[in-house]
Design a protein around this ligand. Structure first.
Ligand SMILES: CC(C)(COP(=O)(O)OP(=O)(O)OC[C@H]1O[C@@H](n2cnc3c(N)ncnc32)[C@H](O)[C@@H]1OP(=O)(O)O)[C@@H](O)C(=O)NCCC(=O)NCCS
Length: 132
C-alpha cells in the first residue's frame, strides 16, 4: 500500500538523498552508476547489521532501471535481507523517486535490484554468519 507521498506504507527508507546536477549524464537524466552506488550502499546496511561483521559486495544478480531519474528527484532506497546463506546474504533493494510536479508529489519506482554480500573475516576470507 502507498501513502499520499507515493512511498510504500509502513516501511522506512534506508537512504533518502536528492539527485544533484553533478550526478547527471550529458543527456540530462541521472547517471546509472550513481544509482547503482546508492543501491549498493543501501543494501549493505541491513546486510552488515544481519551479518554482524564486515561484508563485501560479491554479486549483483539482478538490476533493473525501470524509469529515469532526474536532477532534483528525491531518491528513497528500501532494502531488506531476503536470504541468508552460510557466508552470504541476498538483499532486495527498491528505489523510489519523488518529485514535485504542478504542486503535487509524484512518486515512481525507478529501480530494483538483488545484491549479494559476503561476510568476511580479518583476512578478507568468507566467514560463517551466525544463525541467530
Ligand atoms: C567475497 C570474497 C571474499 C568471496 O570469496 P569466494 O572465494 O568467492 O567465496 P565463495 O565462492 O565461497 O562464495 C562465498 C558466498 O558467496 C556466494 N556467491 C559467490 N558468487 C555468487 C554469485 N555470483 N551470486 C550469488 N552468490 C554468490 C556463494 O554461494 C557463497 O555463499 P554461501 O557461503 O552463503 O553458500 C571474494 O570473492 C572477494 O574478495 N571478492 C571481492 C569483493 C569486493 O571487493 N567487493 C567490492 C567491489 S570492488
Amino acid at each position: 500500500m502507498m501513502t499520499e507521498t507515493g512511498l510504500p506504507e509502513g516501511r522506512i527508507p534506508i537512504i533518502r538523498t536528492p539527485a544533484r546536477p553533478m550526478d547527471a549524464n550529458k543527456g540530462g537524466s541521472i547517471f546509472g552508476g550513481w544509482i547503482m552506488s546508492q543501491v549498493d550502499i543501501a543494501g549493505s546496511i541491513p546486510a552488515e547489521l544481519r551479518a554482524q561483521s564486515r561484508i563485501v559486495t560479491r554479486a549483483v544478480t539482478s538490476f533493473e532501471f525501470k524509469q529515469a531519474v532526474f536532477v532534483g528527484d528525491l531518491i528513497n532506497c528500501y532494502a531488506e535481507v531476503v536470504k541468508v546463506g552460510r557466508t552470504s546474504l541476498e538483499v532486495f533493494v527498491e528505489v523510489y523517486a519523488q518529485r514535485i510536479c504542478d504542486g503535487k508529489i509524484e512518486c515512481t519506482k525507478v529501480t530494483e535490484a538483488n545484491v549479494v554480500y559476503v561476510a568476511i573475516d580479518e583476512n578478507r576470507r568468507p566467514r560463517a554468519i551466525s544463525t541467530g
